[in-house]
Write a protein of this length. Structure first.
Length: 335
């Protein structure tokens, strides 16, 4: 378990009221923008990022094992592809088998929905140190708010892994053999971090656009129950799907617990600064139209914890960092 625990969070209670007010304002702004502004032509097939988890740190070396991870998408489509990252790895990452399927319950999948994932047509593929790959598309019907299961098998183990620490979702681990295609994987242990997977994209002919929620532990979901899809971006996706007008809006969670706008993570903080990761975790997402930024409390808190001058930032510096992010989004036509 690599979660940032509640004892390592700062200022969460003080932010609650401010957070709810800020989110309400952001959503009013978001939903007031007519979908007619979308530039995609009717019936033009395109890819949309429907789920995300920002890699935040190096994780443990994994032994020979299968790991099955569960993700709930926001919007659906008729084909799927997955981005897998070796960003923090110390050696090439060999994936001997990768499968995606509809999640049933626990470590079980819907057998008839199983699809083998490939890269450049190869079922076994290697990802270079510091790199990511997008799998080939598989034809698979995905419904809005559906849970998918991604299973990866490492026949030689891994080097240092690439993780998103605060998954708030059970990952099922089978030691020693390939369980990636099993309807119900054998469970030898469990984890609740995200390993290697950073994006799920679906193909659609609808005029779909996405909103990226970028921030710290509040956005990441700390405090919500495991396996419940109750992070506020999850709840936003649920509410959008409940209203026909807003169903063509995907929601991508790019929160990192313990993250800061200005500085990279130094214990107990985590992840590259938002200024560094903004392109990777927001601007590069497929068909992103809006960004909700909810961040700054960890910059403030860190200023009271460290003696290093670089870690002690002012309100003006935080505001300047926010303005840089805003300008970069606007340069890409993102609200």
């Amino acid at each position: 378990m690599y979660r940032i625990t509640s004892s390592r969070l700062h200022g969460l209670e003080r932010l609650a009221v401010t957070f709810l007010s800020s989110l309400a304002i952001a959503l009013v702004t978001l939903l007031s923008i007519p979908m007619a502004n979308a530039q995609t032509k009717p019936n033009a097939t395109h890819w949309i990022t429907t789920w995300g988890a920002a890699p935040d740190s190096p994780g443990p070396e994994l032994p020979v094992q299968t790991i099955r991870q569960i993700m709930r998408v926001s919007v659906g489509g008729d084909a799927v592809r997955v981005k897998i990252s070796n960003e923090y790895g110390d050696k090439p990452l060999l994936i001997n088998a990768a499968n995606v399927a509809q999640h049933a319950q626990g470590a079980a999948i819907v057998d008839s929905s199983l699809h083998r994932l490939t890269v450049a047509g190869q079922a076994q593929f290697t990802i270079a140190v510091g790199a990511s790959v997008m799998t080939d598309a598989v034809h698979m019907s995905v419904m809005p708010l559906q849970e998918l299961a991604l299973s990866l098998f490492f026949a030689e183990g891994t080097g240092i892994s690439t993780i998103h620490s605060t998954g708030m979702q059970t990952a099922y681990i089978s030691n020693g053999d390939d369980q990636s295609a099993m309807t119900t994987a054998r469970v030898d242990s469990k984890d609740d971090s995200r390993y290697f997977v950073t994006d799920i994209e679906v193909r659609t002919d609808k005029q779909v656009r996405s909103v990226v929620a970028i921030g710290d532990s509040i956005t990441d979901g700390v405090g919500s129950p495991d396996d419940a899809n109750m992070r506020w971006p999850d709840q936003l996706a649920t509410r959008l799907q409940a209203t026909k007008q807003f169903q063509p809006i995907a929601v991508i969670n790019s929160g990192i617990s313990g993250n800061r706008i200005l500085n990279d993570g130094v214990d107990p903080f985590l992840g590259p600064s938002t200024l560094k990761r903004f392109e990777r975790d927001a601007l590069e997402k497929a068909n992103v139209k809006w960004i909700i930024l909810l961040q700054g409390i960890n910059d403030i808190t860190a200023s009271g914890m460290f003696t290093d001058a670089k870690q002690r930032v002012t309100a003006d510096q935080i505001i300047a960092g926010m303005k840089i992010l805003i300008a970069r989004a606007h340069e890409h036509g993102i609200k």
